[in-house]
Design a protein around this ligand. Sequence first.
Ligand SMILES: Nc1ncnc2c1ncn2[C@@H]1O[C@H](COP(=O)(O)OP(=O)(O)OP(=O)(O)O)[C@@H](O)[C@H]1O
Length: 335
Amino acid sequence: MTSAAAPLARLQGLAPLLELDGVVKHFRARDGKGSVRAVDGVSLSLQPGETLGIVGESGSGKSTLGRLMLHLHEPDAGRVLFQGEDLTTLAPRALRARRREMQLIFQDPYASLDPRFTVGASIAEPLVIHRIGDSASRRRKVEELLTLVGLEPDAARRYPHEFSGGQRQRIGIARAIALEPKLVVADEPVSALDVSIQSQVLNLLAELKARLRLAYVFISHDLAVVEHISDRVAVMYLGRVVELAERRRLYREPAHPYTEALISAIPEPDADRRRQRIILTGDVPNPEAPPPGCPFHPRCPKVFDRCRVERPATTNVGPPGDPHLVDCHLHGPRA
Ligand SMILES: Nc1ncnc2c1ncn2[C@@H]1O[C@H](COP(=O)(O)OP(=O)(O)OP(=O)(O)O)[C@@H](O)[C@H]1O
């Protein structure tokens, strides 16, 4: 996907918070032979205060992309710009300072909560690491954060195992926003929760976004969840963004047959909005040996000859001022 979205934002006079330009990350395959193209040339941008949803099947590269955005992975190629600064070339000290402004929320809050620490100590830890305030002011800050995420201030004295999954995710969120970041990457933040609790946590994230003017990158395999929270949505397939558009447009008029199939599988109680379910045949191809041409062609219900040999370029199918980018020969200049 080319970086058409980023120049457009610039034309509109908005400086992006985050820009990815041709970012690549390959891993050595777990058997030691070959390499996995986890992220294979992604360009996109995120505006301050915006929520970008990232969807795709398991193994499509969503988590790797999220970690590249926070520079928790070093890219093999391409650039990651945060507020215009290239994170890949920043000195370690400057990078540490930028880390305050970007945080990660995990699927399993246990990953960020040490069971031996009180909740208060876990939430205060980033403040301690970045030497912010003294112990009294940190205690007050922890109480404020707990209140902000809908928990009682005295939760600070208790331990993670004393809380339910939803409450633990609230604690993980309190910890992530302790340093008042500008960017939060939330990687499947509600996938481990009961459906009834999911919407409470999603509402909390939406409330915090408005209050703290956060930008989110919201990663999920669940398209219904992403629709609820995102401003724009990027669809990943085999390490690439194959479609990127404003949320309503993407769900109403998906341009890529892969997106269309994913959307058709969302359970829809409203019969008028229900789509004919498109069943994808075959598995996601092995990312160590992606197919030639369009990587989706072996599973695509609309495949034609050109798809088997030529990789589609990115085309903007959106109206002026509303980019809708898609990598599919159905929409290319010679379609
Ligand atoms: N550290 C690693 N070493 C080797 N391969 C890796 C590593 N991390 C990820 N991969 C591989 O890269 C590909 C993309 O993985 P990634 O976790 O980014 O996808 P995902 O879309 O987030 O999937 P999931 O929803 O299952 O987490 C997969 O094939 C995965 O096995």
